[in-house]
Design a protein around this ligand. Structure first.
Ligand SMILES: O=C(O)CCC(=O)C(=O)O
Ligand SMILES: [Fe+2]
Length: 271
């Protein structure tokens, strides 16, 4: 599986409802292109899902090569004996990515928004779906995010919503199953989470007339450290409740590890 080279296997199906997302150019953003900046602003304040083409930049080429090296490593790690994997799964900050069970059509990641600032996803195969703002979480309302060669998917997290007092959006998303003729393939997802440092105050930013003024009670702000702890606890409660009343499609046997510091990386893998 390569992030960098055209897939030698079946294309993403053409008959699925897709999130309509214009691809932004990393090279144009780096050169501070005005049109590209406006596009970025529009995406952040509408869906919160940025599809960014890394082509044509030194940084992008280096990153995609490194991603492919990590994919290779992930393949080697996930093909290890479950006993060996179990022994190493708790090492902090080491393993990136996860692998869903092959042929499993249950939802691997229940619907959620990410807590941090941004989440960068390196996906080759589809599986990620987004719920447009204001839509109820019925099956028909979820839209697929189609991976494109050399492009990362960047989801804004709730910290950006907090900093911009709701101007920017963090998408509700979930991970379902690899669709269509790609279903027999193993999906590796490499995820980079960035979040504000522990001491950062989670409050509306000053300095832009586009950001709505803070409400009276939101002036002080909690620290990012407290914010993450509260969110993690709430997620745990939600997970426990959900496991008592599993919903059709849940995959309860997948395990979670939170690793790293500052930038959080999550690893999830099954045997
Ligand atoms: O694997 C993906 O495409 C998304 C994973 C995700 O939503 C997460 O790790 O928060
Ligand atoms: Fe997520």
């Amino acid at each position: 599986m390569s992030f960098n080279a055209p897939a030698p296997f079946a294309e993403f199906p053409s008959d699925l409802p897709l999130l309509s997302a214009e691809t932004l150019s990393f090279s144009r953003l780096l050169s501070d292109d005005d049109t590209e900046r406006k596009k970025l602003f529009n995406v952040c304040s509408s869906t919160g899902v940025i599809i960014l083409d890394l082509a044509d930049t030194k940084e992008g080429a280096k990153l995609t090569q490194e991603v492919d090296a990590i994919f290779d490593l992930s393949e080697a790690i996930f093909s290890l004996d479950p006993e060996v994997k179990r022994k190493y799964s708790m090492l902090s900050g080491t393993i990136l990515g996860y692998k869903g069970p092959e042929g499993d059509r249950r939802t691997g990641f229940v619907p959620h928004t990410d807590y941090g600032s941004i989440t960068v996803l390196f996906n080759v195969l589809g599986e990620l779906q987004v719920l447009p703002e204001g839509k109820s979480p019925e099956e028909d309302n979820w839209l697929w995010v189609k991976p494109s060669l050399g492009c990362v998917v960047i989801n804004l997290g709730d910290a950006m919503v907090r900093f911009t007092n709701g101007l920017f959006k963090s998408p509700m998303h979930r991970v379902t199953y690899v669709p269509g003729d790609q279903a027999h393939l193993t999906r590796y997802s490499l995820t980079y989470f960035a979040r504000p440092g522990d001491g950062c105050l989670m409050k509306t930013l000053d300095g832009s007339s586009r950001i709505p003024a803070p409400d009276d009670d939101d002036d002080e702000g909690v620290t990012a450290g407290e914010w993450v702890r509260t969110r993690a606890k709430a997620a745990q409660v939600q997970k426990e409740e959900r496991s008592k009343f599993p919903q059709v499609g849940d995959a309860p046997d997948l395990t979670w590890t939170v690793t790293g510091s500052g930038e959080k990386m999550r690893t999830k893998f099954s045997d």
